[in-house]
Write a protein that binds this ligand. Structure first.
Ligand code: GLU
Length: 421
């Protein structure tokens, strides 16, 4: 499908706004506040010019959107993906604002992206692209302004290049300009697996409040990148049975369970989960139809739609990805009594440990992995029960409850600060 068709069919910005409008009505916000919260504070669009290895010059579209900075510096990842478009980045920036507020960490929300397929670039081209993109947005980022982190298609190495470019421009080292850095440059222990780990903590909380029998729980995961694979490993270690995982090329299934550590070795060798020996290949689209207890969408937005929602048999959906479920799918899932742990709660572990990394960097004192994980558990559990209480008291679904918590906290901050001048 061409990108413009994707944009029209399921515009994630329109969907995010629609959900926000619903929440703002429930919160009885004034019209001015509503307008304010809908509008990103700053949108930056840049041409990222790169000299390729063969001497050709290519130009990639790059974006950075800062949605809100009332509760602290803007915070959010940078995505390298061939389908990146401005409305997507706007939506993801807004979701970061609500996510940081739900987690109770002192950041606003932002997101960046470059429309590029990183797997088609050499390492040198990727470095040049990253440094040029950083240069183009350099006035707008900084440890007190806007702090990038990894997202789909980026990693600790990309963060190291951003940090180096920014530091050279300033004339001194500024590790706090990014999080998700390599440990050797001031990264935090536990950051790499933090989104997956936080997702698992939220699943454990969901199991506690539901009456699901917790023996032999079957898990299906869409996406086997950083988030999906780490969630798989942690759940596997806890005794959950991972029966299927998938990536862009397709899925693998074994009703007796799959060892994610071995699947990862297979991915390292072959580039995909498919054709893993101890499982059968299935179509990627079939992953949602499998008989399981917990379904974890850990890939991109717009995956659970009106078209497939009624086929889902899971009792819990843990949204490790951002915006994986469309609003019309939500209705179907609600009718089928499926418990949803919404994205801005479920995947908040990544940005939470980003916050810990930022704090450790400021103190120049680094925590043990045990401390990082314990603190992460505290933040995730607190956020879960705060959302769950709103869900129970206000008789709204978990997504609306999370939104009420996040949007409410941001609206309070806006009101307290007032409007300048
Ligand atoms: N990209 C991650 C997210 O969507 C992490 C953002 C961050 O750590 O700033 O939550």
């Amino acid at each position: 499908m061409s990108n413009s068709l994707v944009e029209k069919k399921n515009n994630v910005w329109e969907m995010t706004l629609k959900r926000l409008n619903g929440t703002m009505s429930l919160l009885n916000l004034k019209p001015g506040m509503k307008k304010y919260l809908c509008e990103p504070r700053k949108i930056i669009e840049v041409a990222v010019t790169v000299k390729m290895d063969n001497g050709d010059i290519n130009i990639f579209k790059g974006y950075r959107v800062q949605h809100n900075t009332n509760r602290g510096p803007a915070k959010g990842g940078i995505r390298y993906h061939q389908d990146v478009y401005l409305d997507e980045i706007k939506a993801l920036a807004m979701l970061m604002t609500w996510k940081c507020a739900v987690a109770g960490i002192p950041f606003g929300g932002s997101k960046g992206g470059v429309k590029v397929n990183p797997s088609e670039l050499s390492k040198r081209e990727l470095e040049n692209l990253t440094r040029r993109y950083t240069f183009e947005i350099i006035q707008n980022i900084g440890p007190e302004k806007d702090i990038p982190a990894p997202d789909v298609g980026t990693n600790a190495q990309v963060m190291a290049w951003i940090m180096d470019t920014y530091s050279i421009d300033k004339g001194y080292g500024v590790p706090g300009v990014v999080t998700g850095k390599p440990i050797a440059l001031g990264g935090s222990l536990g950051r790499e697996e933090a989104t997956g780990r936080g997702c698992v903590y939220s699943i454990l909380s969901a199991l506690k409040v539901s009456n699901i029998d917790t023996t032999n729980l079957k898990v299906v995961i869409q996406g086997f990148g950083n988030v999906g694979s780490n969630a798989a490993k942690i759940l596997y270690d806890l005794g959950f049975k991972i029966i299927a995982v998938s990536d862009v090329r397709g899925g693998i299934y074994n009703k007796k369970g799959i060892d994610p550590y071995r699947v990862l070795k297979h991915v390292e060798k072959t580039g995909s989960v498919i054709n893993y020996r101890e499982s059968e290949n299935i179509a990627g689209s079939k992953i949602f139809e499998l008989d399981c207890d917990i379904l974890i969408p850990a890939a991109l937005e717009n995956q659970i739609t009106k078209g497939n929602a009624s086929k889902i048999k899971a009792k819990i959906i843990a949204e490790a990805a951002n915006a994986p479920t469309t609003p019309d799918a939500d209705e179907i899932l609600k009718d089928n009594d499926i418990f949803i742990i919404p994205d801005i709660l479920c995947n908040a572990g990544g940005v939470t440990v980003s916050y810990f990394e930022w704090v450790q960097g400021r103190d120049a004192y680094f925590w043990s992995k045990r401390k990082v994980n314990l603190q992460l558990r505290d933040v995730m559990d607190k956020a879960f029960y705060e959302v769950y209480d709103i869900h129970k008291k206000n008789k709204v679904d978990m997504r609306t409850a999370a939104s009420i918590l996040g949007v409410g906290r941001v609206a309070e901050a806006v009101k307290l600060r007032g409007i300048y001048p």
